[in-house]
Design a protein around this ligand. Sequence first.
Ligand code: GUN
Ligand code: ZN
Length: 429
Amino acid sequence: MNDTLLRGRLLTFHHAPEDASDTDAYTYIEDAAVVVRDGLIVASGSFDEIAPQARNAELVDHRPNLLMAGFIDTHLHFPQAQVVASWGSQLLDWLNGYVFPEETRFQDAAHASAIATRFFDVLTQHGTTTAVAYCSVHTQSVDAYFTEAAQRNMRMIGGKVMMDRNAPDALCDTAETSYHDSKALIDKWHGKGRAGYAISPRFAITSTPAQMEMAGALVAENPGCHVQTHVSENLDEIAFAKSLYPDAKDYLHIYETYGLLNDRMLLGHAIHLSDREVATLAETGAHPVFCPTSNLFLGSGLFDDARLRAAGVRNAIATDIGAGTSYSMLQTLNEGYKILQLQDQKLHALRAFDWITRGNADVLGLADKIGTLEAGSEADIVVLDACATPAMSLRMERAETLEEELFVLQIMGDDRAIAQTYVAGVPQK
Ligand code: GUN
Ligand code: ZN
């Protein structure tokens, strides 16, 4: 395949910037080139330096738009695409009333595969090139998810939810079948092409102690896999979880007891935490996942980013479709900004864009592969247009700095601001 040379403004991060004065944290180049070969970035830098080395490359000129690493969504639910915007309830009623009935539809392989196609279309339309998803309890849903990812050569992580109680019969596996099905799916998909498997006990409420033991066994036997679950999202949920595990010191201790906590563990929400739980997250390296639009939509509470970071915990950020209300990581940052405002914390635009690219990649242990535009990275790239709508364009007339432009994208941006998405070097539009 011929090389492609993308020209545009370039922003890529090296570490999380605290504020704009932390200029070592990122590289910004006004006129840049990124050379893509066989799905990888083989060179990036100033256009004048790079272009002469790539004379035979096909040139795609994205100026004046901004090239950035593709966005990474670290928590969402593939079978919930058609329950986004379901009215009126908080977590447990919302799960029982909308989500569980919807997820039963994914026992039908044809349905799962039809939704997968559209789900992946929507992800890339929103600039998301890697995501970590919960599939349904049915192995067919996982096959549909990874089959679609493979066709698009996308770096995707996902897994079958393990759930053996407090859900409709049609959604319940057993401790044994959840172990064997997850193991078979890991053998089939983990490490195949760009796929990664996440061992996915849904949450303590829908798993018996016997199933938690099986989840722990899977984690011990498959150290390369991610692990994902939910914790301390909602006060009624916390009380119910503790009532089911009366010996646990607190909610997080349930997962700790079964050996689930490690630095490949993603814990959705993690809002209402004791000091002991925060200390345990820091000790184990497990990662809370901030899901701003979801937490507001379900009235779950305010994620305390500063408290966790001060304890040395590394947080991820995500949409949590379908409790989340937008697939856009830009809109996720917008609502995240407001949640932190309510707690007198600040989400600076530079840190925000680092978070949804390199930061989330780092949490996933994938910073050597995705999340930056450095040579050697996989060529997952978004092209951002801060003037995508009339309102953005009007606002941008008064923007003078990169940070102002980024903040306009963070607050006003959505899928309309995604001028192009490249997955392993291939344009998606
Ligand atoms: N807790 C357990 N399952 C879910 C889910 O599907 N969505 C959310 N937001 N929380 C959960
Ligand atoms: Zn979730």
